[in-house]
Design a protein around this ligand. Structure first.
Ligand code: HEM
Length: 130
């Protein structure tokens, strides 16, 4: 049940969003000034070992799998997050019912973007189906 959330954390499909600071603020020893444009690297927060245990590992039975930043945080947090989780849950349920084994046969090609952390293509072989 936790695999989808862990995949969304580990992959972090959107690497960041940007905000404009409304007031001066101290963060991690740095001063952010009012009007500064700030990039919030979700992909970095999702690998923060002060908050997430063993963050570089893909662990599908984490205790709190929904504790991640892939959907952002605060009032603009992704309004479609539950739908996205439901779609991926159904997709994986259907895939795993049909295909017991999926072999990745070459290095995936990544999308050329600093924003979208996705794949252009990934070649697989599915040796048999149930
Ligand atoms: C895995 C899939 C998805 C990811 C990783 C994702 C990620 C995000 C992120 C990072 C934000 C920005 C949060 C912020 O600025 O603080 C966002 C906003 C938003 N997302 Fe998603 N999203 C996903 C799927 C969806 C789906 C399926 C829908 C609609 C059905 C959706 C609708 C929206 C909308 C409307 C916003 C803007 C919310 C606002 O500004 O108040 N997203 N999403």
């Amino acid at each position: 049940p936790s695999m989808v959330s862990e995949t969304i954390r580990w992959q972090t499909p959107l690497a960041y969003m940007r905000r404009t600071a409304l007031q001066d603020y101290e963060l991690g020893g740095k001063t952010i000034r009012k009007g500064d444009k700030v990039v919030m690297w979700y992909v970095s927060g999702n690998r923060d070992d002060e908050v997430i245990e063993n963050p570089n590992s893909y662990i599908i039975d984490r205790e709190r799998p929904r504790q991640h930043l892939s959907f952002g945080f605060g009032i603009h947090r992704c309004v479609g997050n539950r739908l996205a989780e439901l779609q991926l849950k159904i997709l994986w349920e259907e895939i795993l019912q049909r295909f017991p084994e999926i072999q990745v046969v070459s290095e995936p090609e990544r999308v050329y973007s600093s924003f979208v952390k996705g794949y252009e293509s990934m070649q697989v072989v599915i040796p048999s189906r149930l």
